[in-house]
Design a protein around this ligand. Structure first.
Ligand code: AMP
Ligand code: MG
Length: 336
């Protein structure tokens, strides 16, 4: 199959209608969202969703998020939406917050009685859902386990020839997957995956919420996605955390081979390293989030064997950044 790549400069571009037809006919279209690129399929078409799993190599017990363009669409897939979820939806949609609700009529992930729903903010994503007239299931458009794609080029590298079309809307604004919050139970909602809608933002609106910790090896994870290794480059990754000066000194002392070893540093400390392969992550949590997956992919393109990453403070958006980094490093964390 030849994958069509269409750069979208206007929402009225003919490629938008073409993409919607592909979705309606059970095909796969990668689309930009404000978080990462998604691999879109008609969420109510079981065969189309099965293709998503096959193409990504996604474990079948890891359910998909349904993307909608209008709160009214929620009625077709979820029921008993609690008042706290209503509040979150009113405040953070469209945006990078996925809400887990009780399921209604959704064929995929039928082993669960819940469904994950989000209304993305990216206008291309919203228009595509509108034109296709169906919720679109859209997990990250990468091969399972690889860093999530934040540009159309990343999608093409992983899925060229395997999907019908890629809508290129430029680089993603946020760069990390949505925050996932479980509002399907009777108790306080629980954040299952941190993202750019932070715990502080959520608690400021609805009061205290839970935060799922990573499941221990033999424990069932709260969210199926939590048990898999994710976001990983080929290189061995070590996240170094602690006071900035000590972190730099530690990395200096460990990164002895300047050819095969890389360093992912904040803009502030990149200046201190004399190594050849210093990847500058950015100077704010927002910039680091937006660059993170691209840098992890770059590590592979540069043929690096080992990479040391400076950890960031685990507050606000830093919680989500560290969550992805820890998984990418298979929890290989060095505290100094
Ligand atoms: P992604 O691969 O970025 O689309 O990830 C979707 C995340 O949402 C994964 O961690 C899934 O396990 C999680 N998820 C989707 N549906 C549900 C659900 N009904 N209950 C709990 N977690 C879910
Ligand atoms: Mg993913």
């Amino acid at each position: 199959m030849k994958t069509i790549v269409a750069r979208i400069l206007s929402l009225n571009d003919a490629a938008m209608a073409e993409a919607a037809d592909i979705i309606k006919n059970g095909g796969l279209v990668a689309l930009p969202t404000e978080t990462v690129y998604g691999l879109g399929a008609n969420a109510l078409d079981e065969a189309a969703c099965a293709k998503v799993y096959a193409v990504k190599g996604r474990p079948s017990d890891n359910p998909l998020i349904m993307h909608i363009s209008d709160v009214a669409m929620l009625d077709s897939i979820a029921k008993n939406v609690p008042p706290m979820a209503e509040k979150l939806i009113q405040t953070f949609w469209p945006g990078p917050l996925t809400v887990i609700l009780q399921r209604k009529n959704v064929p995929r992930g039928t082993f669960l009685d819940t469904v994950a729903v989000r209304m993305p903010k990216n206008p291309i994503a919203l228009r595509l859902i509108d034109l296709a007239k169906t919720p679109i299931a859209a997990p990250s458009a990468n091969l399972s386990g690889r860093p999530s794609p934040t540009t159309a080029g990343h999608v093409l590298r992983d899925l060229s020839g395997k999907i019908d079309m890629i809508l290129d809307g430029g680089p993603c604004e946020v760069g990390l997957e949505s925050t996932v919050i479980d509002c399907s139970g009777d108790g306080a909602p629980v954040i299952l995956r941190p993202g750019s809608v932070t715990r502080e933002m959520i608690e400021g609106l609805i009061g205290p919420v839970g935060m799922a910790t990573e499941a221990a090896k033999d424990e069932a994870p709260k969210s199926p996605g939590m048990k898999y290794r994710h976001y990983a480059p080929e290189a061995k990754l070590t996240v170094v955390v602690g006071e900035a000066e000590k972190v730099r000194a530690k990395i200096q002392s460990l990164a002895t081979d300047t050819e095969k070893i890389g360093i992912m540093a904040t803009a502030e400390s990149a200046y201190y390293y004399k190594h050849k392969n210093v990847l500058i992550m950015g100077d704010s949590h927002e910039a680091i989030a937006a660059n993170l997956f691209d840098m992890l992919r770059l590590c592979d393109e540069m043929g690096l064997e080992e990479v040391f990453v400076e950890g960031v403070a685990e507050e606000g958006l830093g919680v989500a950044i560290m969550n992805r980094l820890k998984k990418a490093a298979s929890y290989n964390i060095l505290k100094v």
